[in-house]
Design a protein around this ligand. Structure first.
Ligand code: HGY
Ligand code: MN
Ligand code: MN
Length: 414
């Protein structure tokens, strides 16, 4: 694979772009890399080669995560650096892979200096962070952190393939039993900000203080399908019109709440789905997030209670199934200070900011202290093919990671 990247940052960006197209995408003319799909297998092979080139021993764990290991001068808990290899539908090149590629470049830089740190380093490419294939998300980092409880091997993707079937052929234990029984030294994730703050303030990098709590539900509205031409308006139990009123309630509730409170209906499916049939059933998702869990939970109950009132008035039935509850996750204050010092020493202002987006770091916090460095992305756009990162910002992030490693090396032996 010819690579023009002259710096580690350039090569990391180049590799993310390479992974953005066939055979590393399941989608014609765009990027969708679903966990356990053929494009995922192809991407894992490419990343495994890059990890090996950087001097790492490469393996997959029982939850299909790809791990490159670079031994230290001492054994003991490893510093884990990583992010996710799966993508959202019609996603951008950098959400996930950039954090993996920068980790690989950091190890490549150590190898080039024939340098070993007093601790092992593991670069981990998580398989499923987005939850864009199966209903639950963060499955494979939760498997590593030992917090994977609410999942089923029988859950199905949009084609009706069960997780059990999808795992066949992977060296994965069907229990996804990848829990680490000893804490890691720390987990570091470099990730595009996926928001507008760094760009608005003319900053390349930021230090993440914490990650918002997120609740996710599957809502089902059951009404009565009927003839669109003969059923008078007063006699309808229109599931889609009811869902529309609920969606506006979701938006109104979030707008009225705290600045960082967000709520989204990202997926909706109306059945039977014909122009001349009143929709009898709607399935949709509800995603509610806030840094303060009580704000998140308060908004979720206002929405769910209000939605039930709408359903009763419209004589339809509403069921709400919680898909996941990801608690708010603080990054380790000491590691955030270390990152902030490194940024300052490298000429950046140590801007600290919270993350509304979820990341594997919020799950890994159950296993070890976590740190995240945010990288400016154009227009704050993400989960969109327009996602873009500048090479010099990726290079700045790589230098920050290397600076962070230098600090850990010193404190580790202290
Ligand atoms: O949903 C999220 O925040 C992340 O992109 N999975
Ligand atoms: Mn991500
Ligand atoms: Mn994402």
């Amino acid at each position: 694979m010819a690579e023009r990247g002259t710096t580690g940052g350039a090569r990391a960006v180049e590799r993310c772009r390479t992974l953005g197209r066939a055979p590393y995408s399941d989608m014609e003319g765009g990027l969708f890399r679903a966990w356990l799909s053929s494009s995922f297998v192809a991407a894992q092979k490419a990343v495994a080669g890059w990890m090996a080139d950087a001097g790492m021993d490469v393996a997959t764990d029982p939850a299909t995560n790809l791990i490159g290991r670079y031994e230290g001068t001492q054994d003991g808990p490893a510093l884990m650096i990583g992010s996710h290899l799966d993508s959202v539908r019609d996603g951008g090149f950098y959400d996930g892979p950039l954090g993996i590629m920068l980790g690989i470049e950091a190890v490549a830089a150590l190898k080039a200096q024939d340098r070993r740190l007093p601790f092992p380093i593991e670069i981990i490419a998580f398989g499923d962070e987005e939850g864009s294939r199966f209903p639950a998300a963060m499955l494979t980092s939760r498997a590593v952190a030992g917090t994977l409880e609410d999942y089923s091997l029988e859950m199905t993707d949009a084609e009706g393939v069960t997780l059990r079937q999808a795992l066949q052929g992977f060296p994965a234990d069907t229990a996804l039993d990848a829990a680490r029984h000893a804490p890691a030294l720390a987990y570091l994730e470099a990730h595009i900000e996926q928001g507008p703050v760094l760009e608005a303030e003319g900053l390349a990098l930021g230090v993440v203080t914490g990650i918002a709590a997120q609740l996710r539900y599957r809502l089902t509205v059951s009404g009565k399908a009927g003839h669109a031409g003969t059923t008078s308006m007063s006699l309808r139990n229109d599931a889609l019109a009811s869902a529309a009123e609920i969606i506006l309630l979701v938006e109104r509730t979030a707008r009225a709440g705290a600045e960082d409170l967000v709520a989204t209906v990202g997926f909706i499916d109306a059945k039977p789905g014909a122009a001349n049939i009143i929709p009898g059933r709607v399935d949709m998702t509800l995603d509610v997030r806030a840094l303060d869990p009580s704000v998140r939970d308060g908004a979720a109950s206002v929405i769910l209670d209000g939605a039930q009132t709408i359903a009763q008035r419209r004589d339809v039935r509403l069921t709400a199934e919680q898909i996941h509850d990801l608690p708010a996750s603080p990054c380790d204050a000491g590691l955030a200070d270390t990152l902030a010092t490194v940024l300052e020493q490298q000429g950046h202002s140590p801007r600290r900011l919270a993350s509304g987006a979820g990341h594997d770091a919020m799950v890994m916090e159950a296993l070890c202290p976590t740190a995240m460095v945010f990288i400016r992305c154009r227009g704050g756009v993400s989960h969109n093919p327009q996602e873009h990162v500048e090479i010099q910002d990726a290079e700045a992030a790589l230098q920050a990671i290397l600076g962070f490693l230098d600090k850990l090396e010193v404190t580790h032996d202290a």
